[in-house]
Write a protein that binds this ligand. Sequence first.
Ligand SMILES: Nc1ncnc2c1ncn2[C@@H]1O[C@H](COP(=O)(O)OP(=O)(O)O)[C@@H](O)[C@H]1O
Ligand SMILES: [Mg+2]
Length: 249
Amino acid sequence: MESRLVVLSRGPELYSTRRLVRESEDIGLAVRVIDPLTLTLVVEQDGGKILHGGWPVECDAILPRIGYSITRRGVAVVRQFEQKGVVVVNPSESILNSRDKLVACQMMVNDKVPVPITAHVGAWEDTGRSVNRVGGCPCVVKSTEGTHGSGVFLVRSEQQARQLVYQMLERGMRPLVQEYIQESHGVDMLLSERGPLVLEVNSSPGLEGIEKATGVNVARKVAEFLKENLEISTKEIKNSDNKSINLKK
Ligand SMILES: Nc1ncnc2c1ncn2[C@@H]1O[C@H](COP(=O)(O)OP(=O)(O)O)[C@@H](O)[C@H]1O
Ligand SMILES: [Mg+2]
């Protein structure tokens, strides 16, 4: 039987969604696109339910395309699918981690992925010391939860950095002071004099630019990754069935 994939996306007409649907269908998956915000989640002891127009959503895998503005609601939907045991391309926890630049940096450093020196400043009085730590001015001040360039500032003086950090802390934001990689013109990967440095991770990247720029069929690779994981999970289910039969003997 064909494996059933649900693409969670608010825009079935969007380039990236269309590409992912097309490539997944091409490798033999039955695909449906559902707007995650239209789903009703029933949380209960015996597994819970995910309903669309009153009907339970049945699928073997999901591919979440959760935009920044619907993170909280989208992640709750993804978590409910995880609890049902379906294959999930990028799990709820990964989506949340990718939305926090500080967490993403910490995780990348842990896995030996090079990042620019980054300081999270807890008290505005420490701004000057943080600026020195990241190599002095000019440096970058940004909010750990910003997106699309909002809340990213190139600062040329310690005074300016202090002001920004103060304002961010006052608004309940978490400010980062970061080494400025002047020689770089890339987007989220900076080509520094000491090699490439990764700035952040995107859990639902637009595919149009990256497919055109690299000539890599990214949507196909995602679809193939999905299929491999579906095959692994089917094998695991079969193995656990065998085990329970053996135990009964
Ligand atoms: N430390 C840095 N050095 C040089 N350029 C940077 C640095 N941080 C951010 N930028 C530039 O600003 C852009 C936006 O910053 P980024 O941290 O990716 O936040 P956003 O979530 O807004 O994409 C980056 O794509 C990059 O071009
Ligand atoms: Mg970015």
